[in-house]
Ligand binder design. Sequence first.
Ligand code: GLC
Length: 767
Amino acid sequence: MSNLPHYQQQQQTVTFAYSQGAFQLTVLTPTIIRVFSNRGESGYSYAITGDKQQSTPFTLTTKDNHYELRTSALTVSLDVERHIDVYDAQGTPLVTDYRGERHLLDKGVDKVHQKLVEAEGHSATTQAAHDADYFQVVKNLASDEQLYGLGDKTGYLNKRGFEYDNWNIDYPDPQLEILPNIYKSIPVMLGLKNGHPYGLFFDNPYKSHLDLGKEDPHYYVYSAVAGNLDYYILGGHTLKDIVTAYTYLTGRTPLPQKWTLGYQQSRWGYSASQTEVQAVADNLKKYDLPCDAIHFDVDYMNGYRVFTWDHTEYADPQKFIARLKARGIKVVPIIDPGVKQDPDYPVYTTGVAQNYFVKTPTDEVYINKVWPGDSAFPDFGRPAVRQWWANNTKFLTDLGVAGIWNDMNEPASFDGEIPENTVFYDQDQPATHRKMHNVYGHNMAQATYEGLKQHQGKRPFVITRAAYAGTQKYATVWTGDNRSMWPHLQMMIPQLCNLGLSGFSFVGTDIGGFASDTSPELLTRWIEAAIFSPLLRNHAAMGTRRQEPWAFGEPTLSIYRKYLKLRYRFIPYLYDLFAQESHTGLPIMRPLVLNYPTDHRVQNLDDEFMVGDQILVAPIVQKSKRQRLVYLPAGEWVDFWNHQTYTGQQDIVVQAPLDKLPLFIKRQTLLPWGPAVDHIAETPDTSMTFQLFGDHGTYDHYQDNGSNFDYQNGQYNCYHLSVDPHQVSVTLTHHGFSAVYQTIHLALNDRVVTFTYDAQTTSYQQI
Ligand code: GLC
């Protein structure tokens, strides 16, 4: 006992005076405890905004050889050697320090063999030499321990057995299951240890590495090249609680504008010509394809200069954008961070004059190449630069754009990686690229979000490719440059589900595949699989085969149309899920393990997902397949297409001809069924339908203006619907938005029951 270090307690932070350096535990809430050791870095967190500490009772006691800090949900033990072990309230170990030696993988490869292996182009594992800034954290891994999260990493749902890097990169090559990293760094991991859930979030923007039982199945390792030791232990009764705690800490995807859930059409190259964009809009109409937006890729700019619009092709972009909008199609242009080095271009000259660009160590503006050629890079870590960028977005909002798509913000650079010692600011302190790289896209997204918010007064629609933990507060994400190949359709499911577990609910992939050439069958299966992905965008690279819904004629066109129309029917459900998500952080697209964490069958399930708690989707993600096995978890499930009922906890064989997406609704569910529209209307719906699957059900439905922030002042409505064998009812449980539905239809198995609104009593009467 006498060897235990002294400690000092200040409110909910306890600092232990170890000889290796002070070590702090901070109780933020009963389920969130921060572990911190200052290694000389500013403690500023880009992931966490505001004070997340809640007044929380806890006890600190001295045991024989350790301290024990206890909240109602978590117990942390800290011993003489600074081992930290975390248990849940029942004393079940969740996160415990590994006490043995690491068994490094490269021990078996000697120098001679390493050279041979490398001669053919392979890489032999070599443990890089570490400088003094390096540190590692090694935790025990149980034989029944599954690991999820980590953002956009490639591969499978369960991350156990793989290793990953956190370092954002532009990765145009085919993404394989073995890739350590792609565009985003979201160092949050969710564990299920012998069925018990926990989370670990490492808040450190420096390059870090996670070996999740690849090196040795008995431990996992987090290591970083530098930074503070700064991680959060997250507890709770269920995996859902962990997601809720994590998104409490790092923020939640705010309620989006409703139209952003509509279909979006894109292709790199369209926007080089107004005529071509017009033709796309005309075809969408001609082929009866609902759509809410066309994206404008880099070609609309004047010589790839950000915040400019080409006037040779577009006589009056503002007028053109307004014309599209009048037809229900909104415009979402891309922007890139690289600012063209051009003495006659005000964005560049202002940036130089104001010192807004990142600099070489000798104080020159740092230049690298991106689309515009030689370019400078705004130093988004600085608040003043973010405000400047936000001001610049006015150029686009004045033209009438509806959202902004941020790209190349890892940041990508064609002329080699930006040197580590390039000067990037960390807020108002000079720092390095090495430190600020992983938060570059995050800070650009925040700046763009602030700009849209200031200039439009609506809920900003920002899309970003690069991200860090917490970027979900500002932007929607897509998974970058995938390819038109079946493994990338397969990967969509675990990738979007893990993004969801990592706090990112508004996610999507490039439907049809971005690079390489799609095929009619792949495009068809992709739109089927993606129909519930919150961001629904078909996007392709210049030079690839065309992949608009009409590009292949029939039957692709009709099937594509059928699924787009189905998507619009489900938009009220998706919007309800977003309304809930903004309070709970629970994603829209969910791996089954989130809803059924104790069912071992779903802990490694990569080819099915759920939408909320009620819908199970089992897409065909393999070429030429016309049937598949579907695992149904506990409960009863109704086939969406023929209403046949199945009992859960079994595999069933489902026929899936090319036009069929296997889709199941949990029995005893009531779901909203939106109107058939060709885009989301600006005017509120006057009526809504709900469909029953089974013989009873209840549903809570949310309604607001779908556009601005009025809902934050109570201007929204909530409806509670209930169907049981004796009674059908509709109740307005919150009334703050004036455009209440005038009629509500409930589609029961054998009849439709209609209610009308009585303004006098603010209630519904059955007719
Ligand atoms: C990047 C983006 C892609 C875009 C292209 C051209 O590759 O990921 O979506 O089309 O740049 O701007």
